[in-house]
Ligand binder design. Sequence first.
Ligand code: GDP
Ligand code: MG
Length: 442
Amino acid sequence: TLSDRLGSVFDKLRGRGALKEQDVRDAMREVRIALLEADVALPVVRRFIDEVTEQAVGQSVLKSVTPGQQVVKIVNDALVEMLGGAETPGLDLAATPPVVIMMVGLQGSGKTTSTAKLAKLLKEKQGKKVMMASLDVNRPAAQEQLRVLGEQVDVATLPIIAGQAPVDIATRALQSAKLQAVDVLLLDTAGRLHVDQALMDEMRAVASISVPKETLLVVDSLTGQDAVNVAQSFAGQVDLTGVILTRMDGDARGGAALSMRAVTGKPIKFAGTGEKLDALEVFQPSRVAGRILGMGDIVSIVEKAAQAIEQEEAERMAERMAKGQFDLNDLRTQLRQMQSMGGLGALAGMMPGMKKAKAAMAQSGMDDRVLLRMDAIIGSMTPKERARPELLNAKRKIRIANGSGTQVQDVNKLLKMHQEMERAMKQIKKMGGLKGLGALFG
Ligand code: GDP
Ligand code: MG
């Protein structure tokens, strides 16, 4: 698997340090092979590798995992992001009913089946009144197929009238849906074996009279590379709002998903996972990322390792705080934690009641650069000075200001802030240590 391969690339690089550019490049060669084997389109692979390389170079290596594992985690996170991130957007049905959902795609991609699956889901999970209509006049039994599926999921289908053109069927479906106070009207359009102009014209005509709120491209995930060309042609001709990937229950390696998202720029909203009519799931980027990399548990191992290090650090701090100790090393640790949590803005956003504090910080000109500047000032001190700030006389302060590219008054500000924090720590100790603090936040 990919994680084995990355393991061997990184065997030479152990212990702590930063991920070096050449090591990352070696690793990316393996990632590239894995992606191509998973059927990801070549241009998408290139773009992905460039982005991840940039992210990985220079990251410090966690001590309790191998660099290989860590790179897998970075790759995994980037894959999840590229596949749509943590939250898959649902269907947008905010419009005057009947809200139209148009299904498009090649013949055999799973359009008709997905239409019925979606109808079932909307009816059962969202309590919608649904109607389906087949506009497929190319295949003799297509409309009949949808009627039968409609019976199975107990959803109304537009009565079949032989000889009508797709646009006329769509018009009739809209009228009928309005009359019957239908919430959602699903239009199953005709497929073709290949993308051709007649198909695209027909789709556009149907779209212009039915004004779909969602236009979902249905793609067979097993078609891999070919799916990219299909997606590109459709995306260029109609305003897609999302993608449904079918046959994810097969031996698809997930590559189509990555390509699809990159090529259309549209979210993959659902995955078809079987022939049965309840086999439709909200698309899950993390699961597909795992499938592409074939990597089991590595992600969670690395996450735990990162947590463990933070935990260790936090425990050490807690112990010192309980003793009322707080030197400049501790201040620096805190500054860095604030930065790694996304800086002052993110921190203020997370904590209740911090909006005011944030405004105050902004007013006094305090922003994330202040954190960096303070870090630099502490960095210019000797270890002894950090442990015993009272050593800092005028001469030392000038040296430190010069070394960190700041002014003596900045050094003084930092020392004043440290003093205030130290006093607060002693206060906490008096209040009964961290338990007292816990009561404040509990
Ligand atoms: P259409 O031509 O695009 O309308 O495709 P159909 O909906 O008629 O589907 C073609 C075939 O694919 C049918 O036999 C379906 O049962 C099957 N199919 C559709 N979606 C899935 C899926 O997610 N998994 C599996 N295993 N089969 C599917
Ligand atoms: Mg069909």
